[in-house]
Design a protein around this ligand. Structure first.
Ligand code: DGJ
Length: 706
């Protein structure tokens, strides 16, 4: 009895109960709804009550599944640690040495002296109720040990019988997919060398039919920007886990004697309804000291306005038009550096092109900052075109096996930042650009998957090192240039994860500025990130990525709910269009204190053709909702819309939020004068919104009047 050590961590309606009694690694006795404060005796009984029973011809004594599940304990599923010492020490059995608790952080050390391994494990419950855990493995033996994989797993109860994860592609990121959580392994591996457009942002297990507002849900996120795995596994014993870790390429986990390997953070979020599961992430991110603290400046980005056609006068007039409509940050995208006339050449040569810019970027930077806008610059540091001075000078810096060149993608290769010379070169180039010019923002792109991502000099795999090196480079630039903001862009939204967000300030949601596609991409990117961290731009009337033509009102209402921007040649837009756009920018500025601090809520009306989403102030005093008609439907234009997330017993006035765009197709009876209803009625009965044309949206303003 005296050896029993059960710890209860509580926060924001979540209890995490850890069995740290040893002799093996800690296991999770409960992760889910808060259990109230359990006393010592109750914690011991929770443990006794959870004891596994012997079934069939199983092991004589069943052991609980540890956070790092062990083969040695009789776990026949995916082992937490997969590794060996030249074929030996193939199965570790860690024994607890120390458990230290500080607040809601538990630090555990353990070792397996026979296998020559030491382990440090951290398990935390954050203030917003997120569980996060990571491990560091040390080779204490005197010969090399190779880690082939190290994943961490969190248990989910038997009732979680449905899985939801995400997939996607360039210009179509983050599509949800559902499946039954049956026995076996559901694995989402990513070997692209970047987080990936098809990566599952989160992987959820939940009770049947869970949605944004209902069902118990357990979600996991693997915070890593290189190769990684997220998975769910239901074992034959009925025990189920969700977890994740880095995917190491062969040999990347080789540890010399004394060497160590640290996993990424694995985040777990429990909640009732996906909105609550997301809110825990949003609150966690917003509480970081590094979370952007200034109002998110409205961006004017040059990419879809001019592409590679860079001309100083044209760019100045674009900046003028941007200032006229209320933009606050001007971002010069691809094409400004040596030899870059299209996407075939130049990457790697990070010098301002003397042909286009005889006086450097100064005339443009001065013009932009003179208008009162911040200046931002696009870079893609981890890449090199074979047609560049850098590749000609240092072909050995290209990520490759050493025997052959990988196939090109967008005519480019990866630059191996694991080679000190390459890292130093980039640091010097970026640092000197940031020093010479008044650049407050870098749009940091990464436009290809890595194939054969290796170090030519050693012939070994190099993605693990590459990922760590880019983190170091970002951290160092931020250290040298306080206040610098960086956007994580990767062919649109292919690098969205919480590790890159530790050193960047927003993500580019997608290369698709088509509002129809964006509605869905943003909805699901917000599963992890709050609106202020997701770049959302108003593109040209005819979307460059789909050919669809959409009204300015639909494009702007869609961009409104993120970090708002413009990516359209507004210097050639009509005065009417510019005036309407200025109205939308003004509306965004008016709403952004709410949009960028409030709680995100979403609802479905059982139809893919219609979406409802909104943001509710933290104190419940106001909200703004958007009712979005994606396509024509036989059902979705009729029937009331429920407004989730308001305070049940407060009375609200709900009315149309006046926008610069056209009125909807058929107004609703209450639309102009509004209705007064309490939060309970709005959540359970709702209101009929106006009938809308396909690809349009209306905004509802909700204000507490008590
Ligand atoms: C891909 C990005 O996602 C785009 O926004 C743009 O910056 C291009 N790269 C530039 O090459």
């Amino acid at each position: 009895m005296s050896n029993i050590k059960v710890l209860q961590l509580r926060s924001a309606g979540v209890s995490l109960v850890l069995d740290c009694s040893g002799p093996g690694l800690p296991s999770v006795l409960h992760w889910g709804a808060d259990l109230g404060e359990l006393g010592d005796a109750a914690l011991v009984d929770l443990r006794r009550g959870a004891g596994a029973v012997q079934v069939g011809n199983g092991l004589d004594e069943n052991q609980p599944v540890a956070i790092i599940p062990e083969y040695s304990s009789g776990w026949f599923g995916l082992p937490g640690l997969n590794g060996h010492r030249d074929g030996q020490d193939f199965s570790a059995s860690f024994q607890l040495s120390e458990v230290a608790r500080t607040g809601n952080t538990v630090q555990v050390t353990a070792s397996d002296p026979q296998a020559g391994l030491g382990l440090a494990l951290v398990i935390e419950l954050t203030d917003s109720g997120l569980v996060r855990t990571k491990a560091e493995l040390t080779n204490t033996g005197d010969s090399p040990y190779t880690v082939d994989g190290l994943v961490l797993a969190l248990p989910v109860p038997t009732e979680a019988t449905e899985l939801l994860d995400l997939t996607g592609r360039h210009i179509g990121e983050r599509h949800p997919q559902r499946s039954a959580f049956t026995q076996g392994l559901h694995v989402r591996d990513n070997r692209r060398g970047r987080t990936g457009a098809d990566a599952t942002l989160l992987l959820y297990a939940g009770t049947p039919g869970f949605d944004f507002g209902t069902g118990e849900i357990w979600g996991v996120h693997t915070a890593w920007s290189g190769n990684h795995r997220s998975y769910a596994e239901r074992g034959m014993s009925g025990f189920a886990v969700i977890g994740g870790g880095e995917l190491l390429l062969p040999g990347e986990g080789r540890l010399e004697s004394g060497g160590s390997y640290a996993t990424p953070w694995i985040y777990g979020s429990y909640g009732v309804g996906l909105d609550q599961v997301s809110t825990r992430f949003h609150e966690y991110l917003r509480a970081r000291p590094t979370h952007p603290s200034t109002e998110r400046p409205v961006v004017l980005n040059t990419w879809e306005a001019v592409y590679f056609d860079l001309d100083l006068d044209k760019l100045k007039s674009l900046a003028d038009a941007g200032a006229e409509v209320g933009a606050e940050r001007f971002v010069l995208d691809d094409g400004w550096f040596r030899g870059r006339r299209d996407d075939h050449a130049g990457l790697g040569d990070w010098y301002v092109d003397e042909g286009i810019w005889p006086k450097g970027l100064h005339p443009l930077v001065d013009h932009v900052t003179g208008l009162g806008l911040q200046f931002g610059l696009w870079v893609e540091p981890e890449m090199v075109n074979p047609n560049s001075d850098l590749a000609r000078e240092h072909p050995e810096w290209i990520l490759a096996t050493g025997h052959r060149m990988p196939p090109t993608a967008r005519h480019q290769q990866g630059l191996n930042l694991g080679i000190q010379g390459a890292y130093d070169y980039l640091l010097e180039r970026l640092d000197s650009l940031l020093t010479e010019y008044d650049i407050s923002y870098l749009k940091w792109d990464h436009n290809r998957d890595f194939v054969d991502g290796g170090n030519q000099l050693t012939g070994t795999a190099g993605i693990h090192e590459q990922t760590l090196a880019v983190y170091r480079l970002l951290d160092e630039l931020k250290r040298r240039h306080p206040g610098l903001e960086i956007e994580s862009c990767s062919s649109g939204g292919a690098r969205v994860d919480l590790a890159i967000l530790e050193r960047t300030d927003r993500v580019w949601g997608s290369d698709s500025n088509d509002a129809l596609e964006r509605q869905k991409i943003q909805r699901y990117t917000q599963l992890l990130l709050p609106p202020e961290l997701i770049g959302c731009h108003v593109g040209p009337p005819k979307a460059h990525t789909t050919g669809r033509t959409q009204s300015l009102a639909f494009r702007a209402t869609t961009a409104l709910f993120g970090h708002f921007g413009i990516e359209w040649d507004i210097s050639s837009a009509s005065p009417e269009e510019r005036a309407e756009l200025a109205g939308w920018v003004a509306l965004h500025k008016e709403l952004r204190p709410l949009l960028h601090t409030g709680r995100v809520v979403r609802a479905d009306r059982g139809s893919d053709d219609f979406l409802l989403h909104g943001v509710v102030a933290q104190d419940g005093s106001r909200a703004v909702y958007s009712a979005v008609q994606l396509a024509q439907s036989i059902t979705s234009e009729v029937g009331r819309v429920r407004l989730p997330g308001l305070t049940k017993d407060r009375v609200y006035r709900v009315k149309k939020l006046a926008t610069p765009g056209a009125e909807p197709r058929n107004s609703a009876p209450w639309w102009t004068d509004g209705v007064e209803l309490n939060g309970a009625a709005l959540a359970a009965a709702g209101v009929q919104v106006p009938a809308q044309w396909p690809e349009s949206a209306v905004l509802l303003e909700v204000l507490a009047i008590d």
